[in-house]
Design a binder for this molecule. Sequence first.
Ligand code: AMP
Length: 254
Amino acid sequence: MSDSRFEDLPLAEPVLRALREENYTVPTPIQARSIPAQLEGRDLIGCAQTGTGKTAAFALPILTHLANRPQKPKRGRPRVLVLTPTRELAIQVGKSFTTYGRHLKLRHSLVYGGVSQVPQTRNLAKGVDILVATPGRLLDLMSQGHVDLREVEFLVLDEVDRMLDMGFRPQIEEILRRMPRERQTMLFSSTMPPAVHALALQVTRDAEWVEATPEGSTAVGITERIYSVKPDKKTPLLLSLLDEPDWNQVLVFV
Ligand code: AMP
């Protein structure tokens, strides 16, 4: 853990107030290492998994930048674009902006596929500062004229390894072509295979590199085991494992 505290970082006061209310006092390592660079306007390449606090790592400096230079939200023209691979992650990121930005008058919109686009376009039409989107639906709404990325100042590419695994590279390229080159870019990925590395270098300029979880970092004394089972067998398997007599304390992550 780092020694610094959120209060020592030059975050906007309304953001610090929200953090106090959430009982966040100490930044996680990725936050401590990446927030100062982002507040200075630097691009960022972060190797970090879910659970490291990566969402706040980009949301807090972005909210601070917006708080320091307020503008009226414009119809379909976001200042911030966060691209995520899945709607679940988009919803989670949206919630984080709601939590950390609750004392700021900012509007965020969510755009993802698999549901009707009508509520999404209605929401965009009311004005948007921060847009959290999956690539496919975003391009659909752009081609219909509901979203215009020409005023994007901050771009976040979240879980890039997953986005590339899901085949979103062409969509990402297309989205990049429709936004200003002059912007601050933050890219996060839990792994850095060559394809992610290449994209990271393509989309950022003079970026700060931050790694939260060194590869293969299983703690000493822990044996990892993988069970390959069909989804409907997961719960019975878990229950039978829990019946093992020599287990006394068990933590289950879902
Ligand atoms: P993430 O890696 O962004 O999915 O965040 C993992 C969880 O950690 C979320 O539930 C956050 O609310 C929480 N969290 C993030 N940063 C901090 C912090 N500095 N102190 C306490 N909790 C945090």
